[in-house]
Write a protein that binds this ligand. Structure first.
Ligand SMILES: *Cc1c(COP(=O)(O)O)cnc(C)c1O
Length: 228
């Protein structure tokens, strides 16, 4: 518990310093606490310590912990299979990983019965890593235009996963490209599309991500310790 609190305070301090360094308001940046493999009891402690947004990358883990944790909202940050959309429509406040039109159509179909849209981010595979999901940067504008036509989703921004490198400075161009892409999309004024969020930066590279404009940083191990 004390570890948890001091870890959270460290991240908050990182946010403050990185924001000040680049002239941003620290309040624009929110922590998504990534709780994969973390037991529900520890997740509850994190919520008591003030974390309000929880992120899971697997549907099954999210739906298992969802009823056990109060006072927080859940984001799905990992790849979502179409046949699992139905399990999360009433649980997830933001999907970070919209990565295909087929998925967008399935979400659209499922949200009709709830009478409201789902907020989503488009996952962009900036580095064109064959092992990662996401739309290629040069196809994002087309993708967003098509997906924006579906009333059951509301596009709120972009997300990317940086390549794993030992020096976070190496990731800076990736984060910068995501921000530039969002700026470009803003100027296109596509109806129903807002570029409110940039979800980028994890435990080892969140400082660089904030300097490049992140509004949501997805932090797992720096809060909960190394996953086994
Ligand atoms: C696990 C995960 C994270 C958090 O990673 P850490 O390095 O533990 O902070 C962030 N984003 C996604 C998509 C993840 O799957």
């Amino acid at each position: 518990m004390t570890d948890l609190i001091s870890n959270i305070n460290d991240i908050r301090e990182d946010i403050r310093q990185a924001a000040v360094k680049c002239g941003r308001d620290p309040a624009e940046i929110e922590i998504v606490a990534v709780t994969k493999t973390v037991p529900a009891e520890t997740v509850r402690e994190a919520v008591s310590a003030g974390l309000r947004i929880l992120g899971e990358n697997r549907v099954q883990e999210l739906t298992a912990k969802y009823p056990l944790v109060e006072g927080a909202e859940w984001h799905l940050i990992g790849h979502l299979q179409r046949n699992k959309v139905k399990y999360i429509t009433d649980k997830v406040s933001l999907l970070h990983s919209l990565d295909s039109i087929a998925l967008a159509e399935e979400i659209d179909r499922r949200m009709h019965s709830l009478g409201r849209p789902m907020d989503v981010l488009v996952q962009v595979n900036i580095a064109e890593d064959p092992n990662k999901y996401g739309i290629k940067a040069d196809q994002v504008a087309e993708f967003v235009k098509t997906a924006a036509g579906l009333r059951g989703i509301r596009i709120k921004g972009l997300m990317t996963i940086g390549p794993y490198v030992s020096d976070p400075e190496e990731i800076r161009p990736v984060f910068r490209e995501l921000r530039e892409l969002a700026e470009q999309l803003k100027t296109m004024d596509i109806p129903g599309v807002e570029m409110q969020h940039l979800s980028m930066g994890m435990s080892n590279d969140h400082t660089v991500a904030i300097e490049e404009g992140a509004t949501l940083i997805r932090i797992g191990s720096a809060i909960f310790g190394t996953r086994k």
